[in-house]
Design a protein around this ligand. Structure first.
Ligand code: FES
Ligand code: FES
Length: 157
């Protein structure tokens, strides 16, 4: 079937198998930030935003994004031009192996889109469904709170 959707602001029109998972499609399109951890909806490593809401791309089939907007980490910023939220993860030392990082950043982005001044509890709740084997979560929460402060200070784009 033909699928039309927007990926990181760029229209995509391509053939997909009806049962192709969104995770596989995104990686086929070069979105290497989208990681497959568990493949069963439990770890959050495959998180992307669809119409601004965090979803687990391992649990969606590609046709579910027909006509919708998908954002992956590649659409937020790059190594040369990181989004302030990505920079906050670096500055707070919240990245170790990095496998969980794209999903963590995207759930944090969703949170901060709707809440400029989250409490530590808000942050803990937002990231609760995303597993990290390395950091113990403290630095990740610090990074999100740092990014929130920068957002309040008008340092987001
Ligand atoms: S790979 Fe999708 S939730 Fe783990
Ligand atoms: S930084 Fe390694 S899993 Fe989170």
């Amino acid at each position: 079937m033909k699928l039309l959707f927007e990926l990181n602001g760029v229209p995509q029109y391509l053939d997909v198998e009806p049962g192709e998972r969104l995770l596989r499609l995104l990686r086929r399109l070069g979105m290497k930030s989208v990681k497959e951890g568990c493949g069963t909806g439990d770890c959050g490593a495959c998180t992307v935003l669809v119409d601004g809401r965090a979803v687990r791309s391992c649990l969606m089939v590609a046709p579910q994004v027909q006509g919708r907007r998908v954002l992956t980490l590649e659409g937020l910023g790059s190594v040369d031009d990181p989004h302030p939220l990505q920079q906050a993860f670096l500055d707070a030392g919240a990245v170790q192996c990095g496998f969980c990082t794209p999903g963590m950043i995207l759930v944090a982005y969703e949170l901060l889109q709707g809440n400029d001044d989250p409490s530590p509890e808000d942050v803990r709740k937002a990231i609760a469904g995303n597993l990290c084997r390395c950091t113990g979560y403290v630095k990740i929460a610090d990074a999100v709170l740092l990014a929130a402060r920068w957002k309040q200070e008008g340092k987001w784009r």
